[in-house]
Design a protein around this ligand. Structure first.
Ligand code: C2E
Ligand code: SIN
Ligand code: SIN
Ligand code: FE
Ligand code: FE
Length: 428
């Protein structure tokens, strides 16, 4: 549905044929880039960025369909959080029904893209209302919106992309044109297939983790999801401080999100008697438990891809400590039959991904219930982490973690109560 397309004639610049060809060439190049991204969140980030570049828009969001509801899944907003900022809004947990009561619901239901000049002045007879909760909370003013359903080549609707507030070539606020609508719709259909593939990868990994953790009913995919998301965002913050190039940050963050989810896969080889013991492990039991790092690393032994190599690195190093008192330590050959653990790796001998997942994992273990412990309070957990800066943890990693603490809390909320329909739980 294009709301009053005729009224836009003359208000907006018209696109000539050459620029249409340029846009289509661009989309083909972008699709090639999307095909290399593995993780869903990294992919949505790039899809949103490219959709916004195509239309020079300030903000946007993506909803994905899970269990027949639209789940808020990604957001960009240059005005509010800048182009490369880490934001708690990424982890908001809003859901919408697939019906004509919301913009996104309408686009998903009808399969038609939607162009609105001003969401605060919807044309008479529009079935949906604009939900202004985000604007209310953030102080942002949403005006013009383009929404397109994400429909794969197999005719499956995987979600909806919305882009918001375009600018003219000279940076002035503008409204979307019917040309923008066609472009976004074409792009959305191409992006949908890449998104479906990444969603399947995430599902497959979660299923693998659930299989391992079925033996321990308290553990689910949410712990893995949380550790993956904490690690990715702490890495993002840490690497901005290191001055690492944007493209390198994105590539590493994509892999880290997935590899960090797999940090404890080696526990599958540890006996139930130890894993489920509702009490403190004795010395010998804890020694057995420590081998989950090596067993995990062995699972990725072929290291056929960068993702395998990083997964092995994290499994092996996530219990090393900055001051050298961690495990399994320096070991010549992790494939020997029997061997003692080595002397702990220290400082930057521990790969950065290991240093980051160490903090992400301990934070999550402390604030969560375990068979062997009650959850710690927020205050106790944070003072423990600060106390362990320079001992258990790399001080630069602790600094990055504390700098984005609001994002950490939003992640915890998102992956705790998946059914919660609370909107934007962290206040601005
Ligand atoms: P996990 O439950 O995922 O815990 C990960 C890490 O969080 C632990 O590594 C430890 O560094 C930290 N952590 C967890 N709970 C506490 C705590 O109460 N106090 C402190 N100071 N740190 C805590 P760690 O110690 O190497 O343990 C690795 C894994 O071994 C744990 O993973 C858990 O599966 C198992 N485990 C460790 N201790 C016990 C225990 O006393 N009883 C049982 N049943 N399992 C244990
Ligand atoms: C141990 O059981 O020896 C130590 C495990 C822990 O840190 O809780
Ligand atoms: C808190 O919420 O407990 C404090 C957050 C912080 O220290 O950054
Ligand atoms: Fe572990
Ligand atoms: Fe863990």
């Amino acid at each position: 549905m294009t709301v009053n397309p005729a009224s836009q004639q003359g208000k907006s610049e018209s696109k000539d044929a050459q620029s249409d060809v340029d846009s289509c060439t661009r989309i083909l190049q972008v699709m090639e880039k999307l095909s290399h991204i593995k993780d869903v969140d990294a992919l949505l980030d790039e899809v949103l960025l490219q959709a916004r570049l195509l239309t020079r828009s300030d903000a946007g969001s993506i909803y994905l369909i899970e269990n027949n509801v639209l789940k808020f899944s990604y957001i960009h907003n240059d005005t509010l959080f800048g182009a490369s900022g880490v934001s708690r809004y990424l982890y908001a947990s809003q859901t919408l029904e697939v019906d004509n009561h919301s913009l996104a619901g309408y686009a998903a239901l009808t399969g038609e893209p939607l162009l609105l000049e001003d969401v605060y002045h919807l044309p008479a007879g529009t079935p949906f209302i604009f939900n202004d909760t985000f604007d209310q909370m953030s102080g942002y003013r949403t005006r013009s919106i383009l929404a397109a359903p994400l429909i794969t080549s197999h005719n499956k609707t995987v979600g909806v992309i919305q882009i918001i507030n375009p600018r003219s070539a000279d940076g002035q606020p503008a409204i979307f044109t019917p040309g923008d609508l066609l472009l976004l719709d074409y792009f959305a259909d191409n992006a949908a297939s890449a998104i479906e593939r990444a969603m399947m990868t995430r599902e497959l990994i979660l299923r693998m983790i659930k299989m391992c953790e079925m033996r321990d009913p308290k553990e689910t995919g949410v712990h893995a999801n949380r550790v993956g998301a904490y690690a990715a965002e702490v890495y993002h913050q840490w690497s901005l401080k290191q001055g690492i190039a944007d493209d390198d940050i994105k590539r590493q963050k994509d892999l880290l999100r997935i590899a960090a989810m797999l940090h404890d896969l080696g526990k599958v080889a540890i006996s139930d008697l130890i894993l489920k013991k509702p009490a403190k492990l004795d010395f010998e039991e804890f020694r057995v438990m420590q081998y989950h790092t090596i067993l995990g690393a062995r699972l990725f032994q072929n290291q056929a891809s960068d993702l395998d190599a990083l997964s092995a690195e994290i499994a092996l190093n996530h219990h090393e400590k900055w001051d050298g008192t961690g495990y399994p330590g320096k070991i010549d050959d992790i494939y020997q039959d029997q061997f003692p653990l080595g002397a702990g790796k220290q400082g930057e001998e521990i790969p950065i991904a290991g240093r980051i997942v160490a903090l992400a994992d301990v934070y999550d273990a402390l604030v969560s219930q375990r068979v062997y412990k009650a959850p710690w309070s927020e205050t106790m957990t944070l003072s423990h982490i600060k106390d362990q800066s320079g001992k258990h943890f790399d001080p630069a990693v602790v600094d990055a973690f504390l700098a984005i603490y609001d994002v950490i809390v939003a992640i915890r909320e998102k992956y705790q109560d998946e059914d919660s329909s609370a909107l934007l739980t962290a206040s601005p």
